[in-house]
Design a binder for this molecule. Structure first.
Ligand SMILES: Nc1ncnc2c1ncn2[C@@H]1O[C@H](COP(=O)(O)OP(=O)(O)OP(=O)(O)O)[C@@H](O)[C@H]1O
Ligand SMILES: [Mg+2]
Length: 339
């Protein structure tokens, strides 16, 4: 039991705190997504398996799925000083969006992401997800509201002693209100969504980094959250695996309309995946814009300009005709047979 509990807590590492310092909150976080449909008197279990609502991204007047209003987060340092990690920051993210959070190390990206599911409670300001202000909710209400918010991490945080099936099924099983058949169906559905159906009986140690991250995505999606928070999900992966994982995320966004908020330090991730991006500096939001082919205004930050340049370069490369191979490099029929 002790081992099982410590594994549960390993799902939520926090680089600034010993892992055991926030067990209840972290535990509640993974259970939260399941509590509505599993709770007595709630919607029937079948509702749990219904599709996500369609995307609202791009609809100017739609209610944002995430609204941060003047959120503030400070940390007490051992020296006795107070460090402002997020300073009076407001942000709207719409349903179906893929939203990037970028900035230098220490800019406050992870803290901001953790404010969205209240793994960090803001010192001031409000956090609305799905129209509810999370900061005013009781612990139980918060747990219920967190059903909408999945999260994945840089280091995957899978349960090492559990199979892929059990990792994805874990939050469903723990409440024990779904039939075995329902859990089985949902796990298979999620694994198929991330292209890992055939790995259902393997253990995390037998998977590549990219496969582990896809299991983590399947687990996060199992309860059909409206929002998927991703903290540097590709940082531990090589270029090729990163590309495949970004395709998986894009696919998920397009197929089921889940809103993705992704913290990354890789601008190429923003350029390939994100529709909108916010740039943080010293806990402040300094710039926010849509990642579009033809930006209409000059960016304020170097990072913003770099993203524009990446987008322009990709556009140029897409337009440029592929040059014919010079005769000296043209392959003989024999060579072609080996290609
Ligand atoms: N629990 C904490 N106690 C003290 N300081 C903290 C705590 N959490 C975060 N900080 C500080 O807040 C600042 C922002 O941290 P955060 O982890 O949000 O940065 P980040 O932008 O995600 O950086 P990175 O790109 O390196 O992950 C950092 O200076 C960090 O040291
Ligand atoms: Mg971080």
């Amino acid at each position: 039991m002790r081992n099982a509990q410590s594994e549960v807590l390993c799902v939520f590492p926090h680089k600034h705190e010993p892992i055991c310092s926030f067990p209840f909150d972290a535990f509640v976080f993974i259970l939260g997504p399941f509590s509505r449909t599993f709770a007595a008197g709630s919607a029937p279990a079948a509702a749990f398996f219904m599709s996500n609502p369609p995307s609202d991204a791009g609809r100017g007047n739609a209610q944002p799925v995430i609204r941060l209003q003047s959120v503030q987060k400070s940390f007490a340092l051992p020296s006795g000083e107070v460090f402002d990690a997020v300073q009076s920051l407001s942000l709207d993210i719409h349903q179906g969006d893929v939203f990037g959070l970028i900035g230098k190390s220490g800019a406050g990206k992870s803290t901001l992401l953790r404010l969205i599911n209240l793994l960090e409670r803001p010192d001031a300001g409000q956090v609305f997800v799905g129209g509810r202000d999370l900061t005013t909710l009781s612990r139980r209400e918060l747990r219920d509201t967190r059903q909408n918010i999945g999260m994945i991490f840089q280091q995957f945080n899978l349960l090492q002693n559990a199979t892929v099936f059990d990792n994805v099924a874990f939050p469903l099983k723990i409440h024990g209100r779904h039939s075995r058949a329902e859990i089985d169906a949902r796990v298979r559905e999620c694994l198929a969504l991330v292209g890992l159906a055939e790995k259902i009986d393997t253990y995390p140690a037998q998977l590549s980094g990219g496969q582990k991250q896809r299991v983590a995505i399947a687990r996060a999606l199992a309860p059909r959250p409206q929002v998927l928070l991703c903290d540097e999900p590709t940082s531990a992966l090589d270029t090729e695996t990163t590309r495949a994982l970004l395709e998986t995320l894009r696919d998920i966004n397009q197929k089921i309309g889940v809103t993705i908020v992704i913290v990354t330090h890789e601008l190429s991730v923003v350029e390939v995946l994100c529709r909108n991006v916010a740039i943080l500096e010293k806990g402040r939001l300094v710039e926010q814009f849509a990642v579009v082919d033809a930006p209409s205004e000059e960016r304020k930050t170097a990072l913003g300009r770099e993203i524009d340049e990446l987008v322009r370069r990709r556009e140029r490369e897409a337009r440029e005709p592929i040059a014919p191979r010079p005769p000296s490099l043209q392959r003989s029929p024999q060579e072609v047979a080996y290609v």
